[in-house]
Design a protein around this ligand. Structure first.
Ligand code: PLP
Length: 355
């Protein structure tokens, strides 16, 4: 079977010897040495000032909204994983959907201003498939209207704009280190901000709002464990190799499909892309479903990602977003992972191209 993704695992001896450091001290959570080491290594790898290693990529979205006391409307994208929207709803805020660009699947900044009301407090946008939102334009609009910018960077690990990590943009950025993501800690995530004061607030939130016997604010359990940190420390040693292999496989798909005049995501020179996903957009949902049947018979599992468009969730109906709805009905992510073979990719491409 070829799945849409396959989790990278380090040699088990690496993992055991790293974990043993926590094991020997019988200190397995609460900012143990491995969690702290991972934070330092991630900061240096990403070139960012502040980063907190947290439980997952969803709790960090909730912490971000809470840190800015967001209680009103949040402008957001309908084309993302459901966690982006449910984090807003969970915090009792109102998602206001702004449609996406068909060219890069990210929120269309030219449509943001029309959606701003007196209740708007923040923009929560996703760097879809690891490809950057128009960060310059979003920043400009946010400053003009005094809105906070939060990026759901769950896919953004490893992407850079002009040499700067994509996770370094926005008032707050978040990332997911879930096992399906390109860099993972089994379960996990992080939250980043350039603002030191804000970091202190987020640090407290992550630890139930207290340090020792001193209680400062409300908080939640946003921590992660030494078992998870150990996986991150091991995997980070292989990140260069993982990114290089993905680039090669991504390029294989792109070359094979471009020859068949399929339109490939265009990556300008200023962007160092992480090749996190390879989206394929069919002409129609009917064609998608019929190809999914063929794939299934061959034991290949691309994923309808993202589907449905989040403005059409059964428990929260948002404003119509024609581009997002149309793409969500027709897109699949093709299998892409560190050790996918060219033969496997050829099989997948031939299913896509055969009449
Ligand atoms: C995976 C993902 C999340 C959630 O991350 P978890 O670590 O699974 O909680 C949020 N947003 C996007 C865009 C994602 O892809």
């Amino acid at each position: 079977m070829i799945n849409v993704t396959k989790t990278f695992l380090p040699p088990i001896d690496d993992y055991v010897s790293t974990l043993k450091r926590a094991w020997d001290k019988a200190w397995i959570t609460n900012n143990g040495e491995l969690a702290l080491e991972l934070e330092e290594k991630l900061k240096s790898y990403l070139g960012v000032r502040n980063l907190l290693f947290c439980g997952n990529g969803t709790i960090v979205l909730q912490m971000a909204l809470k840190a800015f006391d967001i209680t009103g409307e949040v402008i957001t994208t309908p084309f993302s994983y459901v966690a982006t929207t449910t984090a807003i709803l969970w915090e009792n805020c109102k998602p206001v959907f702004v449609d996406i660009n068909k060219s890069n699947f990210c929120i269309d900044p030219s449509k943001i201003e029309a959606a701003i009301t007196t209740k708007t407090q923040a923009i929560l946008a996703t760097h879809v498939y690891g490809y950057p939102c128009d960060v310059t334009e979003i920043e400009r609009i946010a400053r003009k209207h005094q809105l906070k910018v939060i990026y759901d960077g769950a896919h953004a690990f490893g992407t850079k704009i002009n040499g700067r990590s994509l996770l370094d943009y926005g008032d707050i950025s978040t990332c997911s280190f879930h096992a399906t993501k390109l860099f993972h800690t089994v379960e996990g995530g992080c939250i980043l901000t350039p603002d030191d004061e804000l970091l202190k607030k987020l640090f407290l939130y992550k630890h139930f709002g207290h340090i020792g016997d001193e209680y400062f604010s409300i908080g939640i359990n946003g921590k992660n464990s030494e078992f998870h940190a150990a996986m991150g420390i091991c995997n980070l040693n292989y990140i260069g190799d993982i990114l290089a292999k993905r680039k090669k496989s991504w390029t294989n798909y792109a070359n094979a499909l471009r020859n068949a005049s399929y339109e490939i995501l265009n990556i300008p020179e200023t962007i160092e892309y992480n090749y996190a996903y390879f989206p394929f957009v069919f002409e129609s949902e009917k064609e998608l479903l019929s190809k999914m049947n063929v794939f299934q018979r061959k034991g290949i599992k691309p994923r309808r990602y993202f589907y449905p468009s989040l403005n059409r969730l059964p428990y929260f109906l948002g404003e119509p977003c024609p581009n997002s709805e149309s793409i969500a009905q027709r897109v699949v992510c093709l299998p892409l992972f560190h050790d996918i073979t060219e033969l496997e990719q050829d099989t997948i491409v031939s299913v896509l191209l055969e009449g």
